[in-house]
Design a protein around this ligand. Structure first.
Ligand code: AMP
Ligand code: GLY
Length: 422
């Protein structure tokens, strides 16, 4: 099978590493890729925003299957263009990607199908949104409707904070994404990420994870794309997983099909486990980054047939096997991230991969043949262990072997699970 992988982050390196192990793989290409992905796939200089160019490349190389990593090309409709050209693709249509692209769209599906989530209203002007906030009181959550690179959400502990967030949105702080605002009830509990493949008619639960979004130790400082993760999430017991499938995933799948936009790809449900059970915070329509890295470390099955089953509508005919051993990843980022940071700083040593130890590349590049950091989140230092504590020790021991002066990382990834294990 000839496969093209779209993307260039740590998530895509993890997918590439796993896909490359498939006996079904005959030729493997990636665009834009990174130096880690280049160890598994041939990097092609393709403008992934130019969907026609991607189709032309696929036709030239006889690509059988395209795996799309990030959300932006999905929301922009790359899966629709590829499918129209007769090429199988892992990832939802633009219409189905609205589950991530529009928070209001998702909330409306929740309301229609009785999916547990915070009570909400959608607004297209500040006056009404503010009146609603004043009536509801704090804590309350204000969200820009569209994709805002993870920055469009304000969990407001006071009414004033919520009012300011509404002004920010309508004054253009998030561009078009903030032209509509969702105000929703604050949910109290522990967060978890749930991953599930869907082919439009069938759903296959994958695994759970927990992410650390804040930049600093003790979950402090500004939000980031994620500074580390581990899998499984202990809060997602077998009962919670079953309830999530029944109360959240299955009605969403049905809702999407009934609305004429069956969902094909991966549901990444951001959940709050409250006193009432799982409640939906948001959907993403792609694997989490860095959650994907820990999922791939634990997946024993061949990934390629699972993703293909998604595209072909045959998910009911496959199963996924997982290692019981937890996996944990520590993100090494450029000093200054999520603010501004220096580019092209040299990375002079990386630890060698061993069984259960793997460094995934995210924002790396080559400059005159030498490895440099090109992005905010740069390396994902990943390890498994018999417990989260052991995986954590191994991952941090590996991180200590990286020689990169401009890098930093959090020291407490996995703390909730480690506390539980004590
Ligand atoms: P989102 O971009 O929707 O994932 O939101 C970012 C973060 O804001 C989430 O990971 C939660 O920590 C928090 N958040 C979002 N919605 C709520 C809510 N309704 N109640 C409490 N926290 C929330
Ligand atoms: N790590 C969170 C995300 O991928 O959205």
């Amino acid at each position: 099978m000839r496969v093209l992988l779209i993307g260039s982050g740590g998530r895509e390196h993890a997918l590439a590493w796993k896909l490359a192990q498939s006996p079904l793989m005959t030729e493997f290409y990636a665009a834009p890729g990174n130096p880690g992905i280049a160890e598994h796939a041939q990097i092609v200089a393709l403008d992934i925003d130019n969907h026609d160019a991607v189709v032309t490349f696929c036709k030239e190389k006889g690509i059988d299957f395209v795996v799309v990593g990030p959300e932006a090309p999905l929301v922009a409709g790359i899966a629709d263009v590829l499918r129209a050209a007769g090429i199988a693709v892992f990832g939802p249509s633009a219409a189905a990607a609205q589950l991530e692209g529009s928070k209001g769209f998702t909330k409306d599906i929740c309301a229609r199908y009785d999916i547990p989530t915070g009570a909400y209203q959608r607004f297209n002007n500040a006056t009404k949104a503010k009146a609603y906030v004043r009536a509801q009181g704090a804590p309350i959550v204000v969200k820009a409707d569209g994709l805002a690179a993870g920055k469009g959400v304000t969990v407001a502990m006071t009414v004033d904070e919520a009012l300011a967030a509404i002004d920010d949105c309508f004054e253009g702080a998030f561009g078009e994404a903030g032209a509509e605002v969702v105000v929703e009830a604050y949910l109290d509990g522990e967060e978890a990420s749930f991953f599930c493949l869907c082919d439009g008619k069938h759903a296959l639960a994958l695994a759970t994870a927990q992410d650390h979004k804040r930049v600093g130790d003790g979950d402090t400082g500004p939000n980031t794309g994620g500074m580390g993760a581990y899998s499984p999430a202990p809060v997602m017991t077998a009962e919670m997983i079953e309830r999530t499938m029944k109360e959240v995933i299955e009605p969403t799948m049905r809702g999407m099909a009934e609305s004429g936009h069956p969902f094909s790809g991966v549901f990444f449900a951001g959940l709050m486990i409250t006193a009432n059970g799982p409640e939906l915070i948001e959907y993403n329509v792609r694997f989490g980054d860095p959650e994907c890295q820990v999922l791939m470390m634990r997946l024993k099955s061949d990934l390629l047939p699972l993703l293909l089953a998604c595209a072909n509508g045959t998910l009911d005919q496959v199963t996924a096997e997982w290692s019981d051993d937890p996996a944990l990843t520590v993100v090494m980022a450029s000093k200054g991230y999520p603010g501004s940071y220096a580019k092209n700083t040299p990375i002079t040593a990386l630890p060698a991969d061993r069984e259960g130890e793997k460094v995934f590349h995210a924002g790396t590049g080559l400059k005159d043949g030498a490895l440099v950091a090109t992005g905010g989140r740069v390396l994902n230092i990943t390890a498994t262990g018999e417990t989260v504590s052991e995986a954590k020790e191994r991952a941090y021991a590996l991180a200590g072997k990286v020689k990169w002066d401009n890098g930093f990382y959090r020291n407490d990834i996995g703390w909730r699970a480690v506390e539980r294990e004590k």
